[in-house]
Write a protein that binds this ligand. Structure first.
Ligand code: ADP
Ligand code: MG
Length: 319
């Protein structure tokens, strides 16, 4: 690595850290942390032009890169602690680096996460972040724990991000409040870390909604060996989504759009009041949208009658 690159790491990615469990931070051949139990580890890559439009503001790329990883830890019930960053850049663009690191660290600070190492290379814009966090051995949330009779819940609202991306691509400058709110949901998703923590020992199964509700709930069904029924009337839709889209499009975005980064989880009906209480005061609550039943796969119901939704999967977007 050239001296120039060390300077970039020093200037944009090295910050004081008071974490007592961080033994060696940025600057040596590897970071070293002290662990006191199970560690949850996830990694995600964002490729410009594949996972975000090339023109996306750098601050949003930094935010989003950490947010998608935090969302994975949230779905495990883990407490995020440390991350490493592998960044591939076409050029050492200082304005871009300043904005990117600002977006990354603002979210990192909000969640108490420390950047403890990484790598820097030249090439087409690609950002990979690996995250690590603690999770109590008896409280790990997985996709495999759902049982027949469980209620199905989802946090926040669904479909905003996919609608926001579509609107962003159609007209990046549309000033209406609804469109701005939806664009913001795509650019700056809010990972539900506190909700994931609150659901430990309450939820039977959890997943974060990154590929669309039907696809991700399908993973819970497959891993748990049962089926899901969704009451589409119960899908949580934001006012912005309702304002910007037809009812049919809003439903399709909510069922099949990606990048929501909400949590979908299941829990027995008996703990419904406990779940409501546990999620109170930790951001948007959760809505019951259906139930786990015997069988396979995800079925949509309208007024109790099964129907085939317009779309099931989330196609990777951007040309
Ligand atoms: P090596 O050649 O041993 O892989 P590098 O020269 O790549 O080491 O990195 C030097 C130090 O800077 C290491 O501690 C590494 O973890 C850290 N580092 C490199 N790139 C980044 C980055 N983008 N963000 C944070 N730390 C980084
Ligand atoms: Mg290296």
């Amino acid at each position: 690595m050239s001296g120039d690159e060390f300077e970039i790491i020093r200037r944009y990615f090295t910050r004081p850290c008071s974490d007592a469990d961080l033994v060696i931070g940025i600057g040596d051949d590897a970071a070293v942390v002290a662990t006191h139990g199970p560690l949850a580890i996830a990694v995600d890559t964002l490729v410009a032009g594949v996972h975000f439009p090339v023109a996306t503001p750098a601050e949003a790329v930094g935010h989003r890169l950490l947010a998608v990883n935090l969302s994975d830890l949230a779905a495990m019930g883990a407490r995020p602690r440390w991350c490493t960053l592998a960044l591939t850049l076409p050029a050492a663009d200082e304005v871009w680096l300043a904005a990117f690191s600002h977006g990354l660290f603002a979210l990192a600070d909000a969640h108490g996460v420390a950047l403890i190492g990484g790598d820097l290379t030249r090439g087409p814009l690609t950002a990979t972040l690996q995250i690590m966090g603690d999770v109590e051995a008896d409280a790990i949330l997985t996709r495999a724990g759902a049982r027949v009779g469980d209620d199905i819940y989802v946090t926040g609202t669904l479909g905003d991000s996919a609608a926001g991306l579509a609107l962003l691509q159609a007209d990046p400058a549309d000033p209406s409040p609804a469109q701005r709110a939806l664009r913001e949901r795509f650019l700056k998703p809010s990972p539900r870390v506190a909700q994931g923590r609150a659901l430990r020992r309450l939820a039977h199964a959890a997943i974060d909604v990154s590929d669309g509700l039907l696809a991700d709930l399908g993973h819970v069904c497959a891993a748990s060996g049962c089926a899901a029924q969704i009451d589409v009337e119960q899908l949580p839709l934001s006012g912005a989504l309702r304002a910007a889209c037809s009812p049919a499009d809003a439903e399709t975005y909510a069922l099949a759009g990606g990048d929501d980064y909400e949590l979908c989880f299941t829990a027995p009906p008996a703990v419904a009041p406990t779940i409501e209480a546990a999620l109170e005061g930790v951001g948007p609550g959760a809505r019951r949208i259906g139930r786990m039943v015997q069988g396979r796969g995800v079925t949509c119901l309208r007024n109790g009658v099964p129907f085939e939704p317009a779309a099931r999967g989330y196609r990777h977007f951007i040309a």
